[in-house]
Design a binder for this molecule. Structure first.
Ligand SMILES: Cc1ncc(COP(=O)(O)O)c(C=O)c1O
Length: 370
């Protein structure tokens, strides 16, 4: 039996009735961009995240971009982030004209190493973007303390982590502003692109709402220069239906992760780690294979029909677009090693135990044959 890395077919079959009803409603409403469906979803997301304001936007990338714009981060500013993330985290910093400053990760969690942030601070540093990678919250307590002491904004890149918690607080609500993605591989998958920004800061929320529609506050009147960062009504209607299932889906992901952990205990690979006070949402289940064996494991699983993915094969600081930042291989060794060794295995809420058993058997077969 082949097992894909992620499969939304069962989820959509289960939700077919409410989804089709929502499609019909939006079609009849005639309002396809922003409007009541988006506002409804924004209220639901704000409640879920325990924040005052949620603003639906066009993607997770645009959520980060608009957050940076709203914080007036631009040329001459530096923003600290991790090199072990999806490119968009850093790309948005550059797009507002600021400079990304990469700080290495903690190998065991793949999250930003707080101990190394202090050494990267300069007079130009304006913000930190921690990434809750794979669904595991970054070490937010110390990050917030450091940010407060140095007057920095904290933008949580929670694109992969809706449903995760730090110290029992929903991710996105812990820094000054939180950014989510509803790309179809994320924990609440839209049927296309979508994103959201959450915050408790009313002024910032107002500014983000303006920036979302080119900087307009009313009609054809533009106090700011923004962009088209609007969320579609059809996506919002889908997201409203799916958000209700999120807690159940996260519980199922955690069950699958726990079962993998037990079945892989005796194998020569590292399974994910959930430190105290962090509640992992397991958007990805990422193992680590040392000794140059990652590609061999991957090929074996591929031959067995098991879907895998390498998130991420190259760290952001060594991407060709950043050669002018003058990073060299070896500068951020923990992130570079992770890129060589990580492998994400199938995980999605509708995955059955029988499917998981296939994955486990294929992985175990590789290590037994070793
Ligand atoms: C960590 C991280 N940041 C940002 C993004 C960008 O989100 P989107 O694809 O919705 O633009 C993603 C997802 O692709 C992500 O994984």
């Amino acid at each position: 039996m082949a097992v894909p890395l992620i499969d939304l077919a069962d989820q959509h079959e289960l939700l077919r009735e409410p989804l089709e009803a929502a499609f019909a409603e939006v079609l009849a409403s005639g309002q396809f961009i922003l409007g009541p469906y988006v506002e409804k979803f924004e209220r639901e997301l704000a409640e879920y995240c325990q924040v005052e304001h949620a603003i639906g936007v066009s993607s997770g990338t645009d959520a980060l971009l608009v957050a940076l714009m709203a914080l007036d981060i631009g040329p001459g500013d530096e923003v600290i982030t991790t090199p072990f993330t999806f490119f968009a985290t850093a790309g948005c910093i550059s797009r507002v004209g600021a400079k990304p400053v990469f700080v290495d990760i903690v190998p065991r969690t793949y999250n930003l190493d707080v101990e190394q942030i202090e050494g990267a601070l300069t007079r130009q540093t304006k913000a930190i973007i921690p990434v809750h990678l794979f669904g595991l919250p970054a070490n937010m307590g110390p990050i917030n303390d450091l940010a407060k002491a140095n007057n920095l904004a904290v933008i949580e890149d929670a694109a992969q982590a809706l449903g995760a918690r730090y110290d029992d607080k929903p991710v996105g609500s812990i820094g000054d502003v939180g950014c989510f993605s509803f790309y179809p591989t994320k924990s609440v998958p839209a049927l296309g692109d979508g994103g959201a920004v959450v915050t408790n800061d009313a002024k910032l929320a107002d500014k983000i709402r303006m920036l979302r529609v080119h900087g307009s506050d009313r009609g054809y009147h533009f106090p700011l220069i923004g962009g088209n960062f609007r969320l579609d009504a059809i996506q919002a209607a889908v997201l409203s239906i799916k958000l209700k299932h999120l807690n159940g889906w996260v519980e199922r992901r955690r069950e699958i992760a726990d079962r993998y952990g037990r079945k892989f205990e005796d194998l020569a690979m590292t399974t994910p780690f959930e430190p105290d006070v962090r509640f992992h949402a397991y958007n990805q289940y990422t193992v680590r294979v040392r000794g140059g064996q990652r590609e061999a494991v991957r090929h074996h699983l591929d031959a067995c029909g098991i879907g895998t993915r390498v998130y991420y094969p190259e760290p952001v600081h060594l991407q060709p677009c950043y050669t002018d930042l003058n990073y060299r291989p070896g500068n951020l060794p923990a992130a570079e090693a992770a890129c060589e060794e990580v492998l994400s295995l199938p995980i999605y809420p509708e995955m059955t135990n029988a499917q998981q058993d296939e994955v486990v058997a294929a992985v175990r077969e590789f290590f037994k044959a070793e």
